[in-house]
Design a protein around this ligand. Structure first.
Ligand SMILES: *[C@@H]1O[C@H](CO)[C@@H](O)[C@H](O)[C@H]1NC(C)=O
Ligand SMILES: *[C@@H]1O[C@H](CO)[C@@H](O)[C@H](O)[C@H]1NC(C)=O
Ligand SMILES: *[C@@H]1O[C@H](CO)[C@@H](O)[C@H](O)[C@H]1NC(C)=O
Length: 725
């Protein structure tokens, strides 16, 4: 068991900068007062009892009764936290330094000025004392497995690189707006100074479908790819929204959701950034939108606003195993290495009122967003069942292994298989073979390969999470269906009736198997600028009447980029070494990766090419190679990020490290595995095409499931002197 020490202030490992120059007593006093006032406003001194997760002692989850409104469903999607302590610590410090910067501005000083920046080191000790960060783990040397929170992957002093509950790094410097007090206001003005158009207006103009202009279906890729992509997203990122601290007598970390940001459309409030809705598709003319939470600065120094990531950045199956020890404890059965499952081998039941419709009994899994749509739940069930299958076999092969060893080995094997699926099957389809090759993203077919570089920050970057990886939103279709064993249709309905609804998963006449069979058979929508009305006009609606009481996911994406201070599309083009557009045409000086119709729409929405939001510019690019899913900009950002997930992960499955890696035989066996195998075994299908992300065809025919490779777990049989951990 690793020891964890915790600190009310961050310390050690923080190299205190050598302070040069003279202290300016006047300025020092001003800053000190600003800090003290911030402390009084935010009141960071919260008692922090340590909660140790052990079998049967899981700390009770705060169970907040869920209502049934679109805002409640939205909170289900992003509002919960599996680690209230860390969440509350981050809220406190993020907010503290935000208020501190405001107070400095109120005093008439400019926070970013040289004078203030030079003076801050003299206050470092005070600042750190006020700063509360989540528990800082102590790494046990030579521990062979990943920690659930992703810490200790990178060696000292950067043990928190890629860990859960840390700030998202950026590809391109933030562009916030400032007034005399705030320095972290969303980007709402264009280059020429006028106001950017409402995110909803842009969504309508550029990203909507019409009956005559629907997104075509892919001829090649299946829905399994779409929902696997979503599963991967939830493995590597969850950005928490701002919450308000509301400590309860028995729960000092209690925080409440910011609600009703659907008023004051003209003047945004502190935590609200509502979207103006001039069309009449929605009940409200102002769409609820809460800003994401400010993160405390690295080393506690109060820098500009950054956003947090509550998941580990590593491709480590956080979706299945959680991103904290505490969540993992809730998921394990503590018998023979198994993850807990329900009696009908679905996911186990979670706490009441958690993560699904309030009238239902919800499941629990590693990430809490998995009940958003049944297809995603199916992927979660696949990995749960495969884990238990592996653990069971390992138990038969190594009867002397105890629960902990069985669990960790099964987790390590499944994570290895998952990484192989990501880099061998998924990424080459997503970014194309050439880019995958050029960015060092392809796995070798056999043997070890050391790609680890400790200087690479594996953190999920802001432009990836908030824009590029949201490409998947355009792949979503209109329906949820299920297929019988003979591939005839069992059920079909529009997607909007299935948000957070687990009735089909629990219904044994439908269940994950029939939905999964459909996902493997059905092609996805093409990635293009068209976002289905199911999520663009009906996201999380609850009344199912016109006008809708739901949300617009595309408008959310645009607004989220502005909330995070994400610069325009052109900045990312330059970052990627691509030409920036200088005029609104699709010639060499313009939007060369767009079609003419799209450029005209962009021109009607933006007054300068530099103003185009990253999500809008990226999602509306054409692929530049036949058969590609992505356009060049998103392709570049996604390739860069997956390169970091690979090269920045000490536990990457191909790495040759003795204690943490696989033997060459084990690795070669892992490299034979495919997602089709997991699909077959977990869902007990009879037949499947070998490449399940691609449509069945004469080149990719359906085969009997027993022809699909299955891991040979005898390679994990422990023999003296052969395999020791
Ligand atoms: C010290 O700081 C104050 C407040 O910003 C400023 O007015 C003054 O010029 C500074 N003094 C020196 C010597 O820099
Ligand atoms: C496993 O899940 C069931 C609900 O599906 C629950 O009743 C049981 O307590 C869980 N077991 C453990 C060890 O958490
Ligand atoms: C397919 O299977 C379903 C359910 O078993 C059955 O009702 C249906 O008649 C079958 N259809 C064909 C064409 O075999």
């Amino acid at each position: 068991m690793r020891q964890i020490t915790f600190f009310t202030a961050l310390l050690l490992h923080v190299t205190i900068r050598v302070v040069e120059g003279q202290i300016n007593n006047t300025l020092n006093a001003i800053l000190r007062r600003a800090l003290d006032d911030a402390v009084n406003t935010v009141q960071p001194q919260t008692a922090r009892p340590r909660i140790v997760g052990q079998a049967g002692q899981a700390a009770p989850q705060p169970s907040v009764p869920t209502g049934n409104s679109p805002q409640d469903l939205l909170n289900l999607f992003g509002g919960q936290t599996e680690d209230p302590q860390a969440s509350s610590a981050n809220s406190v410090s993020g907010q503290l330094f935000r208020v501190f910067r405001q107070n400095v501005a109120r005093s008439g000083e400019v926070f970013g000025s040289r004078a203030v920046q030079d003076e801050l080191p003299f206050l470092a000790a005070d600042i750190r004392q006020k700063c509360i960060l989540p528990l800082r783990p102590v790494c046990v040397d030579g521990y062979p497995y990943r920690y659930p929170d992703g810490s200790c992957n990178n060696p000292n002093p950067n043990i928190l690189r890629g860990a859960a509950q840390t700030a998202q790094p950026r590809f391109v410097e933030a562009e916030y707006e400032q007034d005399s007090i705030f320095d972290d206001l969303p980007r709402t003005h264009g280059k020429n100074g006028e106001k950017l158009k409402s995110a909803r207006v842009i969504s309508n103009a550029v990203l909507s479908t019409t009956p005559s202009n629907r997104s075509p279906k892919s001829t090649r890729h299946t829905l399994t790819l779409v929902h696997f992509a979503q599963f991967v997203d939830h493995d590597v990122i969850k950005t928490p929204a701002t919450k308000i601290r509301a400590p309860l007598p028995n729960d000092p970390y209690h925080e409440i959701q910011v609600r009703d940001c659907n008023k004051h459309c003209v003047i945004p409030k502190e935590h609200c950034f509502p979207i103006e809705v001039p069309d009449n598709n929605f009940v409200e003319d102002c769409m609820h939108f809460v800003r994401n939470k400010p993160a405390p600065g690295e080393d506690c120094m109060p820098k500009t606003r950054e956003q947090l990531n509550e998941r580990t950045s590593f491709l480590d199956l956080s979706s299945t195993y959680g991103s904290s020890e505490r969540r993992l404890v809730d998921l394990r059965q503590f018998i023979n290495g198994r993850l807990n499952a329900s009696s009908d081998n679905l996911l186990p039941d979670g706490p009441p009122n958690d993560d699904c419709l309030p009238t239902q009994i919800c499941f629990i899994s590693g990430d809490d967003r998995f009940q958003e749509i049944p297809m995603l739940t199916v992927i979660h069930i696949n990995f749960l069942r495969e884990h238990n299958r592996i653990a069971e076999k390992l138990h038969k092969i190594n009867p002397h292994w105890k629960d902990e060893k069985l669990f960790q080995e099964a987790r390590k094997i499944l994570t290895g298989i998952y990484q192989h699926i990501v880099y061998n099957e998924f990424i080459p389809l997503l970014v194309g073979k050439y880019t995958a090759l050029g960015s060092n993203l392809l796995s070798t077919s056999t043997g070890h390969r050391n790609s680890y570089n400790r200087f690479i920050d594996p953190g999920t970057h802001n432009g990836f999470g908030v824009a590029a990886y949201r490409f998947g939103h355009s792949l979503v279709g209109r329906f949820t269906r299920a297929l019988e064993p003979n591939f005839t249709e069992k059920t079909s309905n529009e997607l909007r009736f299935d948000f957070f609804n687990n009735v089909k998963i629990r219904d044994s006449t439908i269940g994950p198997t029939r939905i999964g069979r459909w996902m493997a058979d059905m092609v996805m929508r093409k990635r293009d600028k068209f976002i289905s009305d199911q999520v663009r006009n009906h996201l999380f609606e609850t009344k199912f009447t016109f006008p809708s009481d739901g949300f617009d996911l595309a408008a959310f994406n645009i607004q989220r980029g502005r909330d995070h201070g994400i610069p325009g599309y052109n900045k990312f083009r330059e970052f990627c070494g691509l030409y920036a557009a200088t005029m609104f045409n699709n010639g060499p000086m313009g939007f060369r990766d767009h079609d003419y119709d799209t450029v005209q729409k962009l021109e009607s929405m933006y007054s300068h090419p530099d103003d185009v939001d990253l999500f809008v510019g990226g999602i509306s690019e054409k692929p530049n190679l036949n058969g590609d899913i992505l356009g060049p900009t998103f392709k570049c950002l996604i390739a860069q990020q997956f390169q970091r997930y690979k090269e920045g992960d000490r536990f990457f499955y191909e790495n040759p490290f003795k204690d943490t890696g696989f033997t060459v035989k084990q690795l070669n066996d892992i490299k034979k595995q495919t997602f089709a195998g997991i699909f077959c075994r977990s869902l007990k299908l009879a037949v499947i095409q070998r490449k399940v992300f691609e449509k069945e065809s004469y080149k990719n025919p359906r085969v009997k499931c027993d022809k699909v490779p299955e891991p040979n777990l005898y390679l994990w049989k422990e023999r003296k002197g052969y395999f020791k951990h």
